[in-house]
Design a protein around this ligand. Structure first.
Ligand code: ARG
Length: 585
């Protein structure tokens, strides 16, 4: 629990205890719950008041007056007032500072992480990345990879059991088309040299062929498309040659993907493939039939009727009996549920697939899957588009080229900085800064917002970027190593009461647990990112106004502790976002 909540809860405990005559304790407790952002589900009076009673023994160091109920409604009532006017501290600044620093020093890399809102350890599934092997890995997949990885980190940090699933799209008509493309245009040497590029070129050429044949009519009218579909049918029927091609393409693609995941610091606990589920169509159909959900149209297409506005029927089987994207998703969701009994499931997938997930969730709900009763926004976690993305190679964007270019640009930037100290492994350092910059640019806004990709913004040394944050962390490390005093636990925080900028840092450090919780509950990593940027700005100001070096030892040690705690929290937030905090740049 953050120290803010701690102080606040103490005041309220006292308030409740002192006001036995309060006519509607339940109401007061509900308000408190709201104020300290306890989730509505847990807003039952007994739990919350019990929680406060447990805290009542800690009410000694409180010297503020008890607030009245009107005051309680404003968040300003928490010691935040210190931002505007020191006089309004509701706890003594030195005690507050001492408590906060102690909490950070004793929890270290775990500082900030609890999930009081849920209270119990849940089994959570986060599905992310999920690229297709027959189509290029696009920015949507990158966003899904970054956001999904971070959300999984959030849950893990809060102590939940997370299954991180990558659901590889290795099945479907596109695969038939790609195989046809390889036969018509593929070059085995190029494929060996640079599989991603060659697969992409073939993909583009075969889709151009389809387009030129069908014009504005549906693509199914194109001869090339028909041939592609026929090849896919052969694959579905287990044709040896097609299976060999399919396996090769899949392996090549997955090897390339793994390199990217490694560079991004992303991992999965389970990698599953759509192809493993096409054979389970019959099982799904049986279940749907037993639940009286399955119907057939005049062409023999099996579907489930959806009574949802603007959502058409949900087709689950083609007239020739073969599976569909939705059917494979149903089969996999049911199997996963059997295996893991999830309490919560998140599919981190682009906004364009909303209708698909509405259908999936609706069907799963009717089949009795418990988590499927949650709101769709909690299950399908969408995100906005990235605009204006290009690399020096041109408009076709390969993720590895983006990562390479980020690294090159960072290396240039490092060359121009006189403070650069790294001499070995420059490339690795530059790669880490490049990845940090890409990831933070991606997580900076609310996830559903579109953003414009910009190298300039992303590599801005002075403000709100990955480079900015990494430099701040490295500067703190070097300051701590070279300030001339040793870090001690026993410091006199009373010496800091006039170092306003440092106290602002402390206040900010105290709010990290709340920011984390807010990000976790709303599935919005941007709260943590904004928090981190602000921490760096506050630290930079405090650092220039209240140095450590050259001060009387006691004062230097008290300040040093604040800076070490800042470094710790900055490192915690970077790690939480899946990034590596750099100690030297
Ligand atoms: N492979 C799909 C695509 O790239 C995304 C898969 C999303 N996940 C799912 N369970 N349907 O479009």
């Amino acid at each position: 629990m953050s120290y803010f909540k701690h102080v606040f809860a103490k005041k309220l405990t006292k308030y409740i205890l002192a006001n036995q005559e309060v006519p509607d304790v339940k109401h007061v407790v509900a308000q408190i719950a709201q104020l300290i952002r306890i989730q509505p589900v847990k807003k039952d009076a007994t739990r919350v008041s019990q929680y406060f009673l447990e805290l009542s023994s800690l009410s000694k160091c409180l010297n503020g007056k008890l607030p009245n109920l009107d005051q309680l409604q404003s968040e300003d009532n928490i010691p935040i007032k210190v931002y505007n006017d020191m006089v309004h501290w509701e706890v003594e600044p030195s005690k507050f500072t001492q408590k906060v620093l102690e909490e950070i020093r004793s929890n270290k890399e775990n500082y900030g992480y609890t999930d009081e809102a849920r209270g119990v350890r849940e089994c959570v599934c986060v599905e992310y990345s999920s690229p297709n092997v027959a189509k290029p890995f696009h920015m949507g997949h990158l966003r899904s990879t970054i956001i999904g990885n971070v959300l999984s980190n959030f849950y893990e940090a809060a102590g939940h059991d997370v299954k991180r699933i990558n659901w590889i799209g290795d099945w479907g008509t596109q695969f038939g088309l790609l195989s046809l493309g390889l036969m018509r245009f593929g070059d085995i040497n190029l494929l060996r040299q640079d599989p991603l590029l060659e697969l992409f070129n073939v993909y583009v050429k075969i889709n151009q062929a389809v387009k030129s044949e069908c014009g504005d009519s549906p693509e199914t009218t194109s001869q090339t498309h028909k041939e592609g579909v026929a090849l896919f049918t052969q694959l579905e029927e287990g044709d040896d040659h097609m299976r060999t091609v399919w396996k090769m393409v899949k392996e090549l693609s997955i090897n390339e993907l793994n390199k990217i995941y490694q560079r991004l610091g992303v991992h999965f606990t389970h990698t599953m493939a759509e192809s493993d589920y096409h054979g389970k169509t019959q099982l799904v159909l049986q279940l749907l039939d037993q639940a009286n959900l399955l119907q057939y149209d005049s062409k023999g297409v099996g579907y489930v009727k959806m009574d949802i506005q603007d959502i058409g029927q949900a087709s689950v089987v083609k007239s020739d009996g073969s599976s569909l994207y939705l059917t494979r998703d149903i089969a996999s969701a049911l199997e996963r549920q059997d295996q893991f009994s999830f309490d919560r499931v998140h599919y981190v997938v682009e906004q364009g697939q909303r209708a698909h997930f509405i259908k999936l969730v609706n069907i799963l709900k009717q089949l009795g899957v418990p988590w499927a009763s949650r709101p769709i926004g909690d299950i399908h976690v969408p995100f906005g588009r990235v605009k204006g993305m290009s690399t020096r190679q041109g408009n076709v964007v390969f993720l590895r080229d983006v990562l390479d270019e980020a690294r090159t640009r960072v290396l240039k930037l490092m060359e121009t900085k006189s403070t650069t100290r790294v001499t070995e492994d420059l490339e690795t350092t530059a790669d880490i800064i490049g990845v940090t910059s890409i990831v933070l640019q991606d997580l900076k806004l609310l996830r559903t917002k579109d953003y414009t990709f910009s190298w300039e913004v992303m590599l801005n040394l002075k403000s709100d970027s990955g480079v900015f944050v990494q430099y701040c962390h490295a500067r703190l490390c070097s300051m701590l190593a070279n300030c001339g005093v040793a870090l001690t636990e026993d410091v006199d925080t009373a010496l800091l009461v006039n170092d306003v900028a440092l106290l602002q840092v402390v206040l900010h450090l105290a709010s990290y647990p709340d920011v984390f919780e807010k990000s976790l509950i709303s599935l919005e990593p941007h709260h943590v990112v904004k928090y981190m940027f602000k921490l760096c700005h506050l630290v930079n100001v405090a650092y220039s106004l209240f140095p450590v070096k050259g001060q009387v030892t006691e004062l230097a040690q008290a300040r040093l502790k604040v800076f070490e705690c800042s470094r710790q929290v900055l490192a915690n937030s970077l790690t939480l976002l899946g990034l590596t905090p750099l100690r030297q740049i």
